[in-house]
Design a binder for this molecule. Structure first.
Ligand SMILES: Cc1cc2nc3c(=O)[nH]c(=O)nc-3n(C[C@H](O)[C@H](O)[C@H](O)COP(=O)(O)OP(=O)(O)OC[C@H]3O[C@@H](n4cnc5c(N)ncnc54)[C@H](O)[C@@H]3O)c2cc1C
Length: 438
Protein backbone atom coordinates (compact mmCIF):
# COMPACT_ATOMS: atom_id res chain seq x y z
CA UNK A 1 0.00 0.00 0.00
CA UNK A 2 1.26 3.50 -0.85
CA UNK A 3 1.48 5.97 2.04
CA UNK A 4 1.39 9.74 2.33
CA UNK A 5 2.57 11.94 5.17
CA UNK A 6 -0.06 14.46 6.22
CA UNK A 7 0.45 17.26 8.71
CA UNK A 8 -1.51 20.39 9.48
CA UNK A 9 -1.72 23.08 12.15
CA UNK A 10 -5.19 23.06 13.70
CA UNK A 11 -6.90 25.08 16.46
CA UNK A 12 -6.98 23.82 20.06
CA UNK A 13 -10.50 25.03 20.75
CA UNK A 14 -11.10 23.96 24.33
CA UNK A 15 -9.91 22.01 27.37
CA UNK A 16 -12.15 19.64 29.31
CA UNK A 17 -11.60 17.55 32.40
CA UNK A 18 -13.15 14.50 30.73
CA UNK A 19 -13.77 13.85 27.05
CA UNK A 20 -15.96 10.85 26.26
CA UNK A 21 -15.85 9.62 22.68
CA UNK A 22 -18.99 7.76 21.58
CA UNK A 23 -22.53 8.30 22.89
CA UNK A 24 -23.83 4.71 22.99
CA UNK A 25 -25.05 3.07 26.20
CA UNK A 26 -21.52 3.12 27.65
CA UNK A 27 -20.71 6.70 26.63
CA UNK A 28 -23.95 8.11 27.99
CA UNK A 29 -23.39 6.53 31.41
CA UNK A 30 -19.70 7.53 31.38
CA UNK A 31 -20.42 11.17 30.54
CA UNK A 32 -23.22 11.54 33.09
CA UNK A 33 -21.17 9.88 35.85
CA UNK A 34 -18.21 12.12 35.06
CA UNK A 35 -20.29 15.31 35.05
CA UNK A 36 -22.09 14.34 38.25
CA UNK A 37 -18.69 13.76 39.79
CA UNK A 38 -17.92 17.43 39.20
CA UNK A 39 -15.79 17.11 36.04
CA UNK A 40 -16.32 19.38 33.05
CA UNK A 41 -17.36 16.79 30.51
CA UNK A 42 -17.61 16.71 26.73
CA UNK A 43 -19.46 13.89 24.95
CA UNK A 44 -18.46 13.50 21.28
CA UNK A 45 -20.54 11.59 18.74
CA UNK A 46 -19.84 11.11 15.03
CA UNK A 47 -23.51 10.52 14.13
CA UNK A 48 -26.40 12.98 14.26
CA UNK A 49 -28.06 11.68 17.41
CA UNK A 50 -27.21 10.24 20.78
CA UNK A 51 -27.50 6.57 21.69
CA UNK A 52 -25.34 4.38 19.44
CA UNK A 53 -26.92 0.98 18.99
CA UNK A 54 -29.72 1.84 21.40
CA UNK A 55 -31.15 4.49 19.06
CA UNK A 56 -29.63 4.68 15.56
CA UNK A 57 -28.67 1.00 15.69
CA UNK A 58 -32.34 0.27 16.43
CA UNK A 59 -31.37 -2.49 18.84
CA UNK A 60 -34.22 -3.52 21.09
CA UNK A 61 -34.60 -4.99 23.72
CA UNK A 62 -31.98 -3.89 26.21
CA UNK A 63 -30.50 -7.15 27.44
CA UNK A 64 -28.30 -8.25 30.33
CA UNK A 65 -28.29 -7.50 34.01
CA UNK A 66 -26.00 -6.15 36.70
CA UNK A 67 -26.36 -5.66 40.46
CA UNK A 68 -28.82 -3.09 41.78
CA UNK A 69 -28.15 0.63 42.01
CA UNK A 70 -26.25 1.29 38.77
CA UNK A 71 -27.11 3.99 36.25
CA UNK A 72 -28.56 1.27 34.03
CA UNK A 73 -31.60 1.25 36.37
CA UNK A 74 -31.92 5.02 36.02
CA UNK A 75 -31.56 4.99 32.23
CA UNK A 76 -34.23 2.29 31.93
CA UNK A 77 -36.54 4.40 34.12
CA UNK A 78 -35.91 7.39 31.84
CA UNK A 79 -36.74 5.32 28.75
CA UNK A 80 -39.87 3.74 30.20
CA UNK A 81 -41.32 6.81 31.98
CA UNK A 82 -45.00 7.28 31.13
CA UNK A 83 -45.24 3.87 29.42
CA UNK A 84 -46.25 0.49 30.70
CA UNK A 85 -42.88 -1.25 31.12
CA UNK A 86 -42.17 -4.16 28.80
CA UNK A 87 -39.93 -6.64 30.63
CA UNK A 88 -40.47 -10.07 29.11
CA UNK A 89 -38.51 -12.83 30.82
CA UNK A 90 -37.07 -15.31 28.33
CA UNK A 91 -34.01 -17.52 27.98
CA UNK A 92 -32.19 -14.20 27.34
CA UNK A 93 -33.11 -13.00 30.84
CA UNK A 94 -35.16 -9.79 31.03
CA UNK A 95 -35.90 -8.29 27.60
CA UNK A 96 -36.48 -4.58 28.25
CA UNK A 97 -38.53 -3.03 25.44
CA UNK A 98 -37.78 0.53 24.31
CA UNK A 99 -38.82 3.15 21.79
CA UNK A 100 -35.61 3.92 19.89
CA UNK A 101 -36.90 7.21 18.44
CA UNK A 102 -38.20 8.60 21.68
CA UNK A 103 -34.95 7.48 23.35
CA UNK A 104 -33.04 10.07 21.29
CA UNK A 105 -34.84 12.99 22.97
CA UNK A 106 -34.89 11.43 26.41
CA UNK A 107 -31.21 10.53 26.44
CA UNK A 108 -30.18 13.91 25.02
CA UNK A 109 -32.10 15.58 27.86
CA UNK A 110 -30.58 13.12 30.35
CA UNK A 111 -26.98 14.07 29.48
CA UNK A 112 -27.80 17.79 29.18
CA UNK A 113 -29.42 17.80 32.63
CA UNK A 114 -26.24 16.33 34.09
CA UNK A 115 -24.29 19.27 32.66
CA UNK A 116 -22.55 17.36 29.86
CA UNK A 117 -21.63 19.30 26.70
CA UNK A 118 -22.83 17.15 23.80
CA UNK A 119 -21.14 17.41 20.41
CA UNK A 120 -22.96 15.41 17.72
CA UNK A 121 -21.80 15.17 14.10
CA UNK A 122 -18.21 15.31 15.28
CA UNK A 123 -15.84 12.42 14.70
CA UNK A 124 -12.81 11.39 16.72
CA UNK A 125 -9.81 11.29 14.36
CA UNK A 126 -6.72 10.85 16.51
CA UNK A 127 -5.32 10.91 20.04
CA UNK A 128 -2.92 13.57 21.27
CA UNK A 129 -0.23 12.21 23.54
CA UNK A 130 2.59 13.45 25.74
CA UNK A 131 4.81 10.44 26.28
CA UNK A 132 2.48 7.57 27.17
CA UNK A 133 -0.24 9.91 28.46
CA UNK A 134 -3.28 10.79 26.36
CA UNK A 135 -3.81 14.53 26.76
CA UNK A 136 -6.46 15.28 24.17
CA UNK A 137 -8.19 14.37 20.96
CA UNK A 138 -8.29 15.53 17.37
CA UNK A 139 -11.84 15.86 16.15
CA UNK A 140 -13.45 16.54 12.79
CA UNK A 141 -16.60 18.58 12.16
CA UNK A 142 -17.94 20.53 9.20
CA UNK A 143 -15.56 23.36 10.11
CA UNK A 144 -12.59 21.02 9.69
CA UNK A 145 -10.16 19.46 12.12
CA UNK A 146 -9.74 20.82 15.63
CA UNK A 147 -8.20 19.68 18.90
CA UNK A 148 -9.64 19.45 22.41
CA UNK A 149 -7.49 18.97 25.49
CA UNK A 150 -8.53 16.47 28.17
CA UNK A 151 -7.30 15.37 31.58
CA UNK A 152 -8.97 11.99 30.99
CA UNK A 153 -10.33 10.51 27.77
CA UNK A 154 -12.92 7.71 27.85
CA UNK A 155 -13.11 5.44 24.83
CA UNK A 156 -16.78 4.54 24.41
CA UNK A 157 -16.60 4.05 20.65
CA UNK A 158 -17.46 0.34 20.81
CA UNK A 159 -14.58 -0.17 18.41
CA UNK A 160 -11.78 0.95 20.73
CA UNK A 161 -10.92 3.66 18.20
CA UNK A 162 -9.35 6.06 20.70
CA UNK A 163 -7.22 3.53 22.54
CA UNK A 164 -6.04 2.01 19.26
CA UNK A 165 -5.13 5.42 17.86
CA UNK A 166 -3.15 6.10 21.03
CA UNK A 167 -1.15 2.92 20.43
CA UNK A 168 -2.96 0.37 22.63
CA UNK A 169 -2.74 -3.31 21.81
CA UNK A 170 -5.93 -5.10 20.90
CA UNK A 171 -7.54 -8.30 19.67
CA UNK A 172 -10.20 -8.63 17.02
CA UNK A 173 -12.51 -11.65 16.92
CA UNK A 174 -11.59 -15.18 17.79
CA UNK A 175 -8.26 -16.95 17.28
CA UNK A 176 -8.88 -17.51 13.54
CA UNK A 177 -9.52 -13.76 13.14
CA UNK A 178 -13.19 -14.20 12.28
CA UNK A 179 -15.75 -11.96 13.98
CA UNK A 180 -19.44 -12.42 14.64
CA UNK A 181 -21.59 -11.45 11.65
CA UNK A 182 -23.13 -8.00 11.49
CA UNK A 183 -26.86 -7.40 11.21
CA UNK A 184 -29.09 -4.47 10.38
CA UNK A 185 -32.10 -4.44 12.66
CA UNK A 186 -35.46 -3.02 11.69
CA UNK A 187 -38.84 -2.34 13.28
CA UNK A 188 -42.26 -3.34 11.98
CA UNK A 189 -45.65 -2.09 13.08
CA UNK A 190 -49.16 -3.19 12.14
CA UNK A 191 -48.62 -6.52 13.92
CA UNK A 192 -51.79 -8.20 15.19
CA UNK A 193 -50.98 -8.49 18.89
CA UNK A 194 -53.85 -10.93 19.50
CA UNK A 195 -52.03 -13.67 17.61
CA UNK A 196 -48.47 -12.61 16.72
CA UNK A 197 -45.59 -14.49 18.33
CA UNK A 198 -42.27 -13.25 19.63
CA UNK A 199 -39.10 -15.30 19.11
CA UNK A 200 -35.99 -14.75 21.23
CA UNK A 201 -33.59 -16.89 19.23
CA UNK A 202 -32.78 -20.10 17.42
CA UNK A 203 -33.55 -22.28 20.47
CA UNK A 204 -36.96 -20.74 21.17
CA UNK A 205 -39.50 -23.59 20.89
CA UNK A 206 -42.39 -21.23 20.08
CA UNK A 207 -44.83 -22.67 17.53
CA UNK A 208 -46.38 -20.94 14.56
CA UNK A 209 -49.90 -20.03 15.74
CA UNK A 210 -52.56 -22.51 14.66
CA UNK A 211 -49.97 -25.18 13.78
CA UNK A 212 -47.74 -27.74 15.48
CA UNK A 213 -44.71 -26.45 13.63
CA UNK A 214 -41.87 -24.91 15.59
CA UNK A 215 -41.09 -21.44 14.23
CA UNK A 216 -37.32 -22.01 14.41
CA UNK A 217 -37.60 -25.19 12.30
CA UNK A 218 -39.75 -23.34 9.78
CA UNK A 219 -37.20 -20.49 9.57
CA UNK A 220 -34.38 -22.98 8.90
CA UNK A 221 -36.44 -24.69 6.18
CA UNK A 222 -37.27 -21.39 4.50
CA UNK A 223 -33.61 -20.36 4.63
CA UNK A 224 -32.62 -23.62 2.94
CA UNK A 225 -35.38 -23.05 0.35
CA UNK A 226 -33.99 -19.59 -0.43
CA UNK A 227 -37.00 -17.73 0.97
CA UNK A 228 -34.84 -16.14 3.65
CA UNK A 229 -31.38 -14.63 2.99
CA UNK A 230 -28.31 -16.86 3.19
CA UNK A 231 -27.42 -17.76 6.81
CA UNK A 232 -30.65 -16.22 8.15
CA UNK A 233 -31.80 -19.35 9.97
CA UNK A 234 -33.88 -17.47 12.54
CA UNK A 235 -35.93 -14.27 12.33
CA UNK A 236 -35.90 -12.99 15.91
CA UNK A 237 -38.97 -10.98 16.90
CA UNK A 238 -38.86 -8.79 20.00
CA UNK A 239 -41.42 -6.51 21.64
CA UNK A 240 -40.76 -2.78 21.79
CA UNK A 241 -42.55 -0.46 24.23
CA UNK A 242 -45.59 -0.44 21.96
CA UNK A 243 -48.22 -3.11 21.27
CA UNK A 244 -48.39 -4.01 17.58
CA UNK A 245 -44.65 -3.43 17.06
CA UNK A 246 -41.67 -5.78 16.84
CA UNK A 247 -37.97 -5.21 16.30
CA UNK A 248 -36.62 -7.78 13.88
CA UNK A 249 -33.11 -9.12 14.41
CA UNK A 250 -32.59 -11.31 11.35
CA UNK A 251 -30.44 -9.93 8.53
CA UNK A 252 -26.91 -11.30 8.62
CA UNK A 253 -23.67 -10.57 6.77
CA UNK A 254 -20.78 -12.93 7.46
CA UNK A 255 -17.13 -12.25 6.80
CA UNK A 256 -17.15 -8.53 7.59
CA UNK A 257 -13.95 -6.76 8.56
CA UNK A 258 -15.44 -4.13 10.88
CA UNK A 259 -12.27 -1.99 10.63
CA UNK A 260 -12.31 -1.84 6.82
CA UNK A 261 -14.73 0.85 5.60
CA UNK A 262 -15.12 -0.86 2.20
CA UNK A 263 -16.08 -4.11 3.90
CA UNK A 264 -18.64 -2.26 6.04
CA UNK A 265 -19.95 -0.58 2.87
CA UNK A 266 -20.50 -3.96 1.20
CA UNK A 267 -22.31 -5.16 4.34
CA UNK A 268 -24.61 -2.11 4.24
CA UNK A 269 -25.64 -2.87 0.63
CA UNK A 270 -26.18 -6.57 1.34
CA UNK A 271 -28.11 -6.05 4.59
CA UNK A 272 -30.48 -3.41 3.19
CA UNK A 273 -31.32 -5.83 0.38
CA UNK A 274 -32.08 -8.58 2.93
CA UNK A 275 -34.76 -6.53 4.71
CA UNK A 276 -37.25 -6.98 1.86
CA UNK A 277 -36.84 -10.75 1.86
CA UNK A 278 -37.37 -10.94 5.62
CA UNK A 279 -40.48 -8.74 5.32
CA UNK A 280 -41.89 -10.96 2.55
CA UNK A 281 -41.33 -14.01 4.75
CA UNK A 282 -43.16 -12.49 7.71
CA UNK A 283 -46.09 -11.21 5.64
CA UNK A 284 -46.51 -14.41 3.66
CA UNK A 285 -46.12 -17.05 6.34
CA UNK A 286 -46.43 -15.82 9.91
CA UNK A 287 -49.94 -15.25 11.35
CA UNK A 288 -50.34 -11.79 12.81
CA UNK A 289 -47.68 -10.31 10.51
CA UNK A 290 -49.72 -10.33 7.27
CA UNK A 291 -50.30 -6.58 7.38
CA UNK A 292 -47.10 -5.48 9.06
CA UNK A 293 -45.23 -2.47 7.67
CA UNK A 294 -41.56 -1.59 7.74
CA UNK A 295 -41.64 1.28 10.22
CA UNK A 296 -37.93 2.10 10.42
CA UNK A 297 -34.49 0.55 10.16
CA UNK A 298 -31.07 1.01 11.72
CA UNK A 299 -28.90 3.80 10.34
CA UNK A 300 -25.88 1.52 9.89
CA UNK A 301 -24.91 -2.18 9.95
CA UNK A 302 -24.71 -3.33 13.55
CA UNK A 303 -21.22 -4.53 14.39
CA UNK A 304 -21.28 -7.11 17.16
CA UNK A 305 -17.56 -7.43 17.54
CA UNK A 306 -14.42 -5.48 16.67
CA UNK A 307 -11.45 -4.39 18.82
CA UNK A 308 -11.06 -5.61 22.37
CA UNK A 309 -8.46 -3.31 23.89
CA UNK A 310 -5.81 -5.01 26.01
CA UNK A 311 -6.13 -3.75 29.57
CA UNK A 312 -4.25 -4.15 32.82
CA UNK A 313 -6.57 -7.12 33.41
CA UNK A 314 -8.55 -9.30 31.01
CA UNK A 315 -11.99 -10.75 31.66
CA UNK A 316 -11.60 -14.42 30.80
CA UNK A 317 -13.88 -17.27 29.72
CA UNK A 318 -13.71 -18.83 33.20
CA UNK A 319 -14.72 -15.55 34.88
CA UNK A 320 -17.94 -15.50 32.89
CA UNK A 321 -18.62 -19.25 32.89
CA UNK A 322 -18.01 -19.69 36.61
CA UNK A 323 -19.16 -16.27 37.84
CA UNK A 324 -15.86 -15.46 39.53
CA UNK A 325 -15.65 -12.65 42.09
CA UNK A 326 -12.94 -9.99 41.86
CA UNK A 327 -11.55 -7.93 44.72
CA UNK A 328 -11.35 -4.83 42.52
CA UNK A 329 -14.81 -5.23 40.92
CA UNK A 330 -16.39 -2.02 39.63
CA UNK A 331 -19.28 -3.95 38.06
CA UNK A 332 -20.91 -6.75 40.05
CA UNK A 333 -23.26 -9.55 39.07
CA UNK A 334 -22.98 -8.81 35.35
CA UNK A 335 -24.89 -11.42 33.39
CA UNK A 336 -25.81 -12.42 29.90
CA UNK A 337 -25.46 -15.64 27.94
CA UNK A 338 -22.27 -16.31 25.97
CA UNK A 339 -24.01 -15.44 22.72
CA UNK A 340 -21.74 -16.01 19.72
CA UNK A 341 -23.53 -15.57 16.39
CA UNK A 342 -21.78 -17.88 13.97
CA UNK A 343 -18.89 -16.08 12.20
CA UNK A 344 -18.83 -18.80 9.54
CA UNK A 345 -22.50 -19.54 8.75
CA UNK A 346 -25.98 -19.41 10.26
CA UNK A 347 -27.05 -19.96 13.87
CA UNK A 348 -24.72 -19.99 16.82
CA UNK A 349 -20.98 -20.71 16.73
CA UNK A 350 -21.25 -23.19 19.61
CA UNK A 351 -24.57 -24.80 18.64
CA UNK A 352 -26.49 -22.61 21.07
CA UNK A 353 -25.77 -19.71 23.42
CA UNK A 354 -23.89 -20.99 26.48
CA UNK A 355 -24.72 -20.29 30.10
CA UNK A 356 -22.86 -17.72 32.12
CA UNK A 357 -22.99 -17.09 35.88
CA UNK A 358 -23.24 -13.54 37.33
CA UNK A 359 -19.66 -12.25 37.29
CA UNK A 360 -17.56 -9.28 38.33
CA UNK A 361 -15.73 -6.87 36.03
CA UNK A 362 -12.53 -5.53 37.63
CA UNK A 363 -11.28 -1.97 37.25
CA UNK A 364 -8.19 -3.25 35.44
CA UNK A 365 -10.35 -4.22 32.43
CA UNK A 366 -11.01 -0.49 31.87
CA UNK A 367 -7.37 0.61 32.20
CA UNK A 368 -5.44 0.46 28.94
CA UNK A 369 -2.14 -1.40 29.20
CA UNK A 370 0.80 0.92 28.60
CA UNK A 371 -1.22 4.16 28.44
CA UNK A 372 -2.16 6.82 30.99
CA UNK A 373 -5.05 9.26 31.00
CA UNK A 374 -7.46 6.93 29.21
CA UNK A 375 -10.19 4.45 30.17
CA UNK A 376 -12.29 2.11 28.05
CA UNK A 377 -15.95 1.27 28.56
CA UNK A 378 -18.69 -0.77 26.89
CA UNK A 379 -18.02 -3.21 24.09
CA UNK A 380 -14.28 -2.50 23.75
CA UNK A 381 -13.06 -3.23 27.30
CA UNK A 382 -10.44 -5.89 27.90
CA UNK A 383 -11.75 -9.44 27.63
CA UNK A 384 -11.60 -12.65 25.67
CA UNK A 385 -13.74 -13.31 22.61
CA UNK A 386 -16.15 -15.53 24.59
CA UNK A 387 -16.33 -13.20 27.62
CA UNK A 388 -17.05 -10.32 25.23
CA UNK A 389 -19.95 -12.31 23.79
CA UNK A 390 -21.60 -11.87 27.19
CA UNK A 391 -20.54 -8.39 28.42
CA UNK A 392 -21.30 -6.69 25.07
CA UNK A 393 -25.02 -6.32 25.92
CA UNK A 394 -26.29 -2.85 26.71
CA UNK A 395 -27.02 -3.11 30.46
CA UNK A 396 -23.47 -4.27 31.15
CA UNK A 397 -22.05 -1.58 28.82
CA UNK A 398 -23.90 1.09 30.81
CA UNK A 399 -22.37 -0.22 34.03
CA UNK A 400 -18.79 -0.19 32.71
CA UNK A 401 -19.49 3.30 31.37
CA UNK A 402 -20.65 4.50 34.77
CA UNK A 403 -17.55 3.03 36.41
CA UNK A 404 -15.26 4.72 33.87
CA UNK A 405 -16.99 8.11 34.25
CA UNK A 406 -16.87 7.89 38.03
CA UNK A 407 -13.16 7.06 37.91
CA UNK A 408 -12.43 9.90 35.50
CA UNK A 409 -14.06 12.51 37.73
CA UNK A 410 -12.23 11.24 40.81
CA UNK A 411 -8.88 11.23 39.02
CA UNK A 412 -9.42 14.76 37.72
CA UNK A 413 -10.36 16.02 41.17
CA UNK A 414 -7.28 14.41 42.71
CA UNK A 415 -5.02 15.62 39.90
CA UNK A 416 -3.80 12.10 39.14
CA UNK A 417 -4.33 9.53 36.39
CA UNK A 418 -7.03 6.83 36.52
CA UNK A 419 -4.32 4.19 37.05
CA UNK A 420 -2.80 6.11 39.98
CA UNK A 421 -6.30 6.48 41.42
CA UNK A 422 -6.73 2.72 41.76
CA UNK A 423 -9.84 0.58 42.12
CA UNK A 424 -10.53 1.23 45.80
CA UNK A 425 -11.46 4.88 45.32
CA UNK A 426 -13.77 4.01 42.42
CA UNK A 427 -15.45 1.22 44.38
CA UNK A 428 -15.96 3.48 47.37
CA UNK A 429 -17.53 6.23 45.19
CA UNK A 430 -19.83 3.75 43.43
CA UNK A 431 -20.95 2.23 46.74
CA UNK A 432 -21.62 5.71 48.14
CA UNK A 433 -23.88 6.32 45.13
CA UNK A 434 -25.82 3.15 46.01
CA UNK A 435 -24.25 0.69 43.56
CA UNK A 436 -24.24 -2.79 45.06
CA UNK A 437 -20.75 -4.25 44.53
CA UNK A 438 -20.95 -7.29 46.88
C1 LIG B 1 -27.10 -6.65 15.43
C2 LIG B 1 -26.89 -6.50 16.89
C3 LIG B 1 -27.87 -6.93 17.76
C4 LIG B 1 -27.70 -6.74 19.12
N1 LIG B 1 -28.72 -7.09 19.97
C5 LIG B 1 -28.67 -6.68 21.26
C6 LIG B 1 -29.83 -6.76 22.07
O1 LIG B 1 -30.87 -7.23 21.66
N2 LIG B 1 -29.74 -6.28 23.33
C7 LIG B 1 -28.58 -5.74 23.85
O2 LIG B 1 -28.58 -5.31 25.01
N3 LIG B 1 -27.47 -5.66 23.09
C8 LIG B 1 -27.50 -6.09 21.82
N4 LIG B 1 -26.41 -5.94 21.00
C9 LIG B 1 -25.13 -5.47 21.58
C10 LIG B 1 -25.13 -3.99 21.92
O3 LIG B 1 -25.99 -3.25 21.10
C11 LIG B 1 -23.73 -3.36 21.81
O4 LIG B 1 -22.71 -4.23 22.17
C12 LIG B 1 -23.71 -2.12 22.71
O5 LIG B 1 -24.59 -1.15 22.17
C13 LIG B 1 -22.34 -1.53 22.87
O6 LIG B 1 -22.43 -0.32 23.55
P1 LIG B 1 -21.29 0.77 23.40
O7 LIG B 1 -21.77 1.99 24.09
O8 LIG B 1 -20.00 0.16 23.81
O9 LIG B 1 -21.17 0.97 21.82
P2 LIG B 1 -22.25 1.51 20.67
O10 LIG B 1 -23.62 1.28 21.15
O11 LIG B 1 -21.76 0.87 19.47
O12 LIG B 1 -21.95 3.06 20.71
C14 LIG B 1 -20.71 3.57 20.25
C15 LIG B 1 -20.91 5.00 19.82
O13 LIG B 1 -19.64 5.55 19.49
C16 LIG B 1 -19.75 6.30 18.30
N5 LIG B 1 -18.42 6.36 17.68
C17 LIG B 1 -17.71 5.33 17.18
N6 LIG B 1 -16.57 5.78 16.63
C18 LIG B 1 -16.57 7.12 16.80
C19 LIG B 1 -15.66 8.15 16.40
N7 LIG B 1 -14.54 7.88 15.73
N8 LIG B 1 -15.97 9.43 16.71
C20 LIG B 1 -17.13 9.73 17.38
N9 LIG B 1 -18.03 8.78 17.75
C21 LIG B 1 -17.76 7.50 17.47
C22 LIG B 1 -20.76 5.52 17.48
O14 LIG B 1 -21.32 6.30 16.46
C23 LIG B 1 -21.77 5.11 18.56
O15 LIG B 1 -22.76 6.09 18.74
C24 LIG B 1 -26.52 -6.13 19.63
C25 LIG B 1 -25.53 -5.71 18.75
C26 LIG B 1 -25.71 -5.87 17.39
C27 LIG B 1 -24.68 -5.34 16.45
Amino acid sequence: MKEINYSKTIPLTSEYDTVVIGSGPAGIAAAVASARGGAETLLVERLGAIGGNLTLGEICPILGSVSKGTMADEIKDVLAKGHERVEAVTHNGVEFGIDATEAKERLTAFVAKAGVDFLPLTAFIDAIKEGDRVTGVILSAQSGLFAVGAKVVIDATGDGAVAAAAGAGYFVGRDDGRVQPCSLEFTVDGVDESIAITAWGGSDPVKIPGTDKEYRVFCREKCEAGELPENVTIVRLHRTLHPGERTVNATQHNGIDPLDPFSVGRAEVDLREQIGKCMDFLKKYIPGYENCRLKSSASYPGVRESRRIIGDETLCDADVEQGLSKRDAVVHDAWFLIDIHNPKGGGQAEGHARDAKPYDIPYGCLLVRGLEGILTSGRCISGTHRAHASYRVMTVCMATGEAAGTAAALAVRAGITPRELGAEAVISALVTKGVCLK
